[in-house]
Design a binder for this molecule. Sequence first.
Ligand SMILES: [Zn+2]
Length: 425
Amino acid sequence: MEERKFWNEEIETMPLEKLRKLQEERLQHTVEWAYTRTKFYRRLFDQAGVKPEDITTLEDIRKLPFTMDIEVDTDVPLKDRLAIPEDEIKMFHSTSGTVGAVVPIPFSKKETEFFFTEGEARARWTMGVRPSDVVQVLTRFDCCFQGYRELGASLILMSAGRYNPDHQIQLTRDGRVTIIEHMPSLLLGYFERMEQLGAKVQETNIRMISGVGEGWAESYKRKVEEKYGIPFMTLYGAVETSPCFASECEARKGMHISSDAGIIEVVDPKTGEPLPEGEEGELVFTILAREAMPLLRYKVGDVGSLLPYEPCSCGRTLPRMSYVKGRVSQLMKIGEKKILPIDVEEVIAKIEGLEGEFRIILEKPEMDKLKLKLEHKPEVKELKTLREKVEEAILNEIGVRSELELVPQGSLQRVTFKAQRVEKL
Ligand SMILES: [Zn+2]
């Protein structure tokens, strides 16, 4: 039997015009749903002087007020956001607490079916996961594995290794794992430990890495790919928006957006003005597949861009977005430039002699120079030469001056969850 090319051919290859029409209908429905069923949106729309009938085209979305990160905007009780009766909630997850409070997120039956099975399976299929795969999920985001099961792959979850890293490694080998899903910043450590225990990564069956949970510098991805010869595929989403909102395909130029399930806008973080395709700014989500807790014009706090539209060589017509570069809250002003920690990662990942672990020392929100602590490899003897090389690369590639302190390998604490690269003084 010939293998299917797409998981949901109708949606994934829908002509753009038809897709926009679908989004428009769903937007009208979602706005009406949120307004008539929740106190939160009714209050917000009334304050802004907008009524659901004002929203007829996709462009009208700009008439709607923005909504803030629910981890920050904690004054609104859950019942004010809830659009379905409590007894129709079939599952709860919660946000990760990255920027504020851990907030419970309710899901209806229809939502669990879309977000955690159909939608997730589609995103995984786009990445190239197939029924013959054995997937090992090493993240603590245990909400996201049903899609693997839905498409027929075998699964090894964290609980199988009793949350013990060395047991996980044993399972990677004995379970003949073909796909590892992990937080990007923790993956290198996992592979290094694997080699310490005598298992060569290249000699395992691993054929793909699925990276979730944080922005990841392209140069680091390439580094992992070159070192181990395994493609590093990216998936993007958040539990409150959609856990698998966008995923990378074989063409590997950005991620296809599940546009039937939501609309992404990119806006200037300061002014809220929409930015054109290709320009980087704050991502704003309007989720069209949400019922229990609607999310309209939701500022998730991530930085990225929409890619200029063009047909993809994989055959999908779904628009694409860039990889996510970091958080709006991580934007720093150095001289006249706005930069993110990932911009620094991109530069240092390419320099021989650096270990890769670093900290940005932020003394105040705006600085003239970028201050960095970087780990160097033990074999480096000429520290002055290395320092000059890094400073020059930062100036050439990011356009800012820098002041560096090189510290021996192992001096900086290793991150255990989402990479924290900034030390505020
Ligand atoms: Zn594609």
